[in-house]
Design a protein around this ligand. Structure first.
Ligand code: NIG
Ligand code: FE
Length: 422
């Protein structure tokens, strides 16, 4: 008998492949094409990658001599790719529930930031926390994300703002990735905020002369594995010139550019991202037409975060304009102490209602296009031969129920690399 370690998930009412056909991202009307197969089966090999997907009647015959270690009867259920959460800040301690009350009473994000709250509050707590404590917290948070169907997550540092704590956070991400089923793609965000007592220029100097060289040393030693570099490009935080210097240094260090831009004030982040060849820009509530044109060139993926606009009562990002402007749109939860959301189904629901995306577009944005924002869509984001066997099995014959059933979506199980992890 062949290949004992394989997995079979059979006879699903619907398998939504999000088939990319060799494309690494989807734009415009392609975002509505989701590759739906009825009465379908998926086969995953011993290395965790997909061997086959197609109609049950064809595959049951083709693989009749195989013995499967995992064999799931998905009759009456539907299968979609595991979610790729394109933007999170999951390593921190010290929650900010007190600030939620302040915001409900009318304080803005920047009011609280200028008072030393916001990121500054979380930085104080995270600097004091031990690595073990932060690893435990990250592990628990990844478990919660996984229950909502996330199988790959982009995760940032950024609550240290000095070398030691930034490196501690990257080590936490690296070490937890090695033991947790969810794949963690880490991002260095030393430029998340200007630390207390420094100017933006001084903070930029510290990043360029101390933090990035130390990051390169620890990466060389195999202690950390940053893939991306991020900056909070915002008025009164890191503005255009400093952001450019930091991103260019990151690029020289071999990191992909993936930064926060145009969230509260228009900062020409699309133009900067286009000029530097950024992989992705997040937020974009205030992106302008020229920014959209610049992003469409490479293209630079727009990672939209509907939880942030919702919680801060901002005008949501112009998803329709970005899609019409040939920019691949992706989604992220932005999980952090300000926007405390771990659920990609909830993010998709908000994207549909608040940003006027279709359910098909939201699914593509939460899978293939978010994988593309990390330049990892050859590996994640669709149910196709050769990609990782990462799936969400939905307890309904129509997949849209994962978006439609708010707050408590009907998730039967979550599969990572062919293995049931939830
Ligand atoms: O993506 N805007 C900057 N960064 C985060 C918020 C982080 C925080 O407030 O702790 C964001 O929304
Ligand atoms: Fe963020």
């Amino acid at each position: 008998l062949l290949a004992l370690q394989t997995s079979k998930i059979r006879n699903a009412a619907q398998v939504v492949t999000v088939s990319a056909d060799g494309k690494s991202f989807k734009i415009k009307e392609q975002m509505n094409e989701i590759g739906l197969i009825e009465n379908a089966t998926v086969i995953v090999g011993s290395d965790g990658t997909i061997i086959d997907v197609g109609p049950e009647e064809v595959l049951s015959n083709k693989y009749k001599d195989f013995t499967f270690e995992t064999d799931i009867d998905a009759t009456g259920k539907s299968i979609i790719p595991g979610f790729v959460d394109g933007h999170t800040h999951p390593v921190w301690t010290g929650d900010r529930v007190h600030e939620f009350a302040m915001k409900l009473a009318g304080a803005t994000y920047m009011d609280i930031h200028k008072m030393g709250g916001g990121i500054g509050f979380t930085v104080n707590h995270t600097r004091d926390a031990s690595k073990e404590e932060l690893k435990d917290l990250l592990h628990q948070r990844l478990n919660r994300m996984m229950k909502y169907g996330t199988t790959t997550v982009e995760a940032k540092s950024g609550y240290g703002l000095e070398t030691e704590t930034e490196m501690k956070m990257l080590e936490v991400l690296h070490e937890v990735n090695a033991v947790h089923p969810v794949d963690v793609v880490s991002t260095y965000l030393g430029a998340h905020s200007v630390p207390k007592g420094k100017t933006a220029a001084e903070a930029t100097e510290d990043i360029l002369n101390r933090q990035i060289p130390e990051l390169m040393r620890r990466r060389e030693e195999g202690k950390i594995s940053p893939r991306n570099i991020d900056v909070f490009l915002e008025k009164g935080v890191f503005e255009g010139e400093d952001t450019k210097k930091i991103l260019e240094a990151g690029k020289t260090a071999g990191l992909l550019l993936n930064f926060h831009g145009d969230e509260i004030h228009p900062m020409c982040s699309g133009q900067l991202g286009g000029e530097l060849g950024a992989a992705a820009i997040s937020h974009l509530e205030r992106v302008d037409d020229e920014g959209i044109i610049a992003m469409a060139k490479k293209p630079t993926v727009a990672v939209l975060l509907p939880t942030t606009a919702y919680i801060l009562r901002l005008e949501p990002p112009p998803a329709r304009k970005l899609i019409e402007g040939n920019v691949p749109v992706a989604l992220g939860s932005d999980y952090n102490p300000n926007a405390h959301c771990m659920s990609m189904p909830n993010v998709m629901n908000l994207a549909c209602v608040l940003m006027k995306m279709t359910m098909n577009e939201a699914l593509v944005a939460a899978t293939l296009n978010s994988a593309a924002s990390l330049e990892l869509s050859h590996k994640y984001g669709s149910i196709e031969t050769g990609k990782q066997g990462d799936f969400v099995i939905i307890d309904h014959s129509r997949w849209e129920h994962i978006i439609y059933e708010m707050v408590d979506p009907p998730i039967h199980s979550v599969v990572k690399g062919g293995k049931v992890v939830f």
